[in-house]
Design a protein around this ligand. Structure first.
Ligand code: MLT
Length: 266
């Protein structure tokens, strides 16, 4: 069972759901979502592992965040949160998309705090100039007119057509989570992602055992790019998830959980 906790960090108080017993697995959500995107993994693993699923600073139940929210700041805050939970043993970190960008910062700056690494639907490269400009423009638009713009446009990119057709409640809940995200936080995370470093050159140095999963219909971080990324990681295995897009853990939880289970139990 998950218990809700609040932990002080230098980026404010973080809400975190913690199942308290077992080998710890830290689940880091994507943009602009919250811990609830891991519901299928929490349900499956909370009685076997110590599932730790925070809302990142500014997101979910946390106070909104204004300015620029860098991936490194979020990684620092997560380490402060682990300290606040008195968790000194290394954790396996599982990040999706923006959560993966934060996971890179954890592994590069706090390698001793990480046991194994799980990367879902994410990338190692920085933004191209076009993508960066697009993020800056979108941040200004969201600050001017609210989260609705992102809530209405993003689900079509997050989910595979098959999910949009056959799992409307899941798509609608995700839309609502985005709609509820404070515009200041959305803008701050867009600015932070725009300035995130390219970590491609560091991949061959990452000595941690790594699992890479990607939805076969992911149009945000496509399978070919993720497979290439996995090849650069010395101890990585790559799994393509059928019938799923960018939100593979929500779209095909059965398959994602099978892959996670066999990775975690080794
Ligand atoms: C996410 O799912 O976290 C975002 O799509 C990441 C991004 O915009 O690069």
């Amino acid at each position: 069972m998950l218990t809700e906790k609040k932990v002080s960090t230098s980026l404010g108080e973080l809400h975190v759901w913690d199942s308290q017993v077992g080998e710890p697995v830290l689940f880091v959500h994507g943009f602009p979502l919250d811990h609830s995107m891991w519901i299928k993994q929490s349900d499956r693993f909370a009685d076997q592992y110590r599932v730790i699923a925070p809302d990142l600073p500014g997101f979910g139940m946390n106070a909104s965040y204004s300015g620029t929210l860098t991936m490194k700041q979020m990684a620092d805050a997560l380490v402060e949160m682990l300290d606040g939970l008195e968790l000194t043993q290394p954790v396996t970190v599982c990040g999706l998309s923006m959560g993966g960008y934060v996971a890179w910062q954890l592994i590069l700056h706090y390698p001793e705090r990480i046991e194994d690494l799980i990367l879902c639907d994410t990338r190692a490269a920085a933004d191209s100039d076009d993508v960066r400009q697009g993020r800056l423009k979108l941040a200004a638009q969201v600050l001017a007119s609210g989260a609705g713009l992102v809530a209405d446009s993003m689900p079509a990119k997050l989910f595979a057509p098959v999910t949009i057709e056959s799992n409307k409640p899941c798509v609608e809940i995700t839309r609502q989570v985005i709609q509820a995200c404070p515009p200041e936080t959305i803008a701050a995370a867009l600015l932070g992602m725009a300035e995130r470093p390219d970590v491609t050159g560091e991949l061959p140095e990452i000595a941690h055992r790594t699992l890479v999963v990607c939805g076969e219909h992911d149009v945000i971080t496509p399978p070919a790019e993720m497979e290439q990324m996995a090849r650069s990681l010395p101890k990585a295995e790559f799994h393509l998830i059928p019938d799923a897009g960018h939100m593979a853990p929500l779209e095909n939880p059965l398959r994602v959980n099978q892959v996670l289970e066999s990775f975690l139990k080794r």
